[in-house]
Design a protein around this ligand. Structure first.
Ligand code: CU
Ligand code: ZN
Length: 187
């Protein structure tokens, strides 16, 4: 009986070994790596209905050597600055409140995007021109696609007012005009 148990354990052990080898070779195989390592994410902003917003747009997040490049175009804004953040939850709702607060996995205070101690989700403001269009082009060194600071599946929010970059906990940026869910993009 004892011997049979021992043989059984050996069999299970070698099975696990084979499975681990299989995983390793899969990860190393070219073409399969896209499934395990995300290099690009996309967020499609949908206007919130309670605010009667017409704000929409597409924002992409692309992994770079030093972090992330954020790029996009947002329309339907009033001219001027609007708070722009990653929030905790990737859920649209008619007032945008389902996204929760600013994404803050490091327990930092709310601050400007160029501050070293800030919410990971703090991207400051976007600035709309007279036609209501804002172009986003910024580099980030805190957001990632893996680990505790991963922004995948979280919410992207455009606000009615400017983020003052200091009021706690969220820069007094007012209502939420559009919400997107940050998802994995085709590289
Ligand atoms: Cu926000
Ligand atoms: Zn913040």
């Amino acid at each position: 009986m004892a011997i049979r148990k021992y043989v059984g354990a050996l069999a299970v052990g070698s099975l696990v070994g084979v499975a681990a080898l299989g995983l390793r070779s899969q990860a190393a195989a070219p073409g399969k790596s896209q499934a395990t390592s995300v290099t690009k994410a996309i967020a499609q902003l949908i206007p919130t209905t309670k605010t009667q917003s017409t704000v929409k747009g597409t924002v992409t997040f692309t992994k770079t050597e030093h972090g992330m490049h954020v790029s996009g175009e947002i329309t339907g804004l009033t001219p001027g600055e609007h708070g722009f953040h990653v929030h905790d939850y990737g859920q649209w709702s008619e007032d945008g409140m389902a996204t929760g607060g600013h994404f803050n996995p490091t327990g930092a205070p709310h601050a400007s995007h160029d501050s070293s101690k800030r919410h990971v989700g703090d991207m400051g403001n976007i600035k709309a021109d007279d036609s209501g269009k804002a172009v986003v082009e910024l580099d980030d060194d805190q957001m990632t696609f893996e680990g505790p600071t991963s922004i995948l599946g979280r919410g992207l929010v455009v606000h009615a007012k400017a983020d003052d970059l200091k009021s706690q906990p969220s820069g007094d940026a007012g209502g939420r005009l559009a919400v997107a869910i940050i998802g994995v993009a085709k590289p």
